[in-house]
Write a protein that binds this ligand. Structure first.
Ligand code: GSH
Length: 212
């Protein structure tokens, strides 16, 4: 199985974490962000993650991919149906996390000068200049910390709303992970321990493809 992904992308991280938790091996292919032709050829749209199962089946949509490979319901999919708040929480987190991380993600080894320019131009159209995002970092950090304190920490009973690791943890951890790239940001001890536990369960290593 081949996974086409971007290192920074939370939806791609979901799939990497899920495959790791399910102990499924795969070939990791990190695409340059400005490569439009590969995803278009595979699925007709420029959107990652994409999994090519090698038998003619090619799939995108992170949750659809994980549902297909989790044949034993190891990730407890029923919880996702019962828990509509997770989608609301992820939407609320997405704004501060993306606003803070995008200006730094572009300087990680995933990007080259061309893909960096492509990413920055595309994202600035939606969010305003990276310079302004960082000028306003205190506002974004305050939003994020309030969500972490009020909506995440109180619900960590070992895992998010569950004593057992589930798909909800993959969704939440994948969204939060980017903050490890933001300079000087520190998760609270409890959230950091939670994320580090998930790192072990999912055998996740953010930049592993670049340091081999
Ligand atoms: N609903 C999709 C969302 C995937 C998605 O939004 N991927 C983004 C990266 S985070 C993407 O490929 N964007 C391409 C672009 O904007 O050029 C999923 O869950 O897989």
């Amino acid at each position: 199985m081949k996974l086409y992904h971007y290192v920074h992308c939370p939806y791609c991280i979901r799939v990497r974490m899920g495959l790791g938790a399910l102990k499924l091996s795969y070939e990791s292919i990190v695409l340059a962000y400005d490569d439009e032709s590969t995803p278009n050829r595979l699925t007709g749209k420029k959107m990652l993650p994409i999994v090519d199962y090698g038998n003619g089946k090619i799939q995108n949509e992170s949750l659809d991919i994980l549902k297909s490979v989790d044949t034993q319901d190891t990730l407890s999919w029923g919880l996702l149906g019962q828990n509509t708040e997770i989608e609301t929480l992820l939407t609320l987190l997405s704004d501060p996390v993306h606003s803070l991380c995008m200006p730094y993600w572009v300087w990680t080894p995933e990007f080259n000068p061309q893909s960096r320019k492509y990413f920055q131009t595309k994202k600035e159209l939606k969010r305003g200049s990276f310079k302004n995002l960082i000028k306003n970092k205190e506002m974004h950090l305050a939003k994020l910390e309030s969500l972490i304190n009020l909506e995440i920490e109180p619900h960590l009973i070992a895992f998010y709303k569950s004593p057992k690791f589930t798909i909800l943890d993959i969704m939440l951890a994948a969204q939060l992970w980017g903050m490890y790239v933001f300079p000087e940001f520190q998760f609270s001890e409890k959230v950091h321990q939670y994320l580090q536990n998930i790192k072990i369960i999912t055998q996740f290593d953010y930049h592993q493809d670049f340091w081999q």
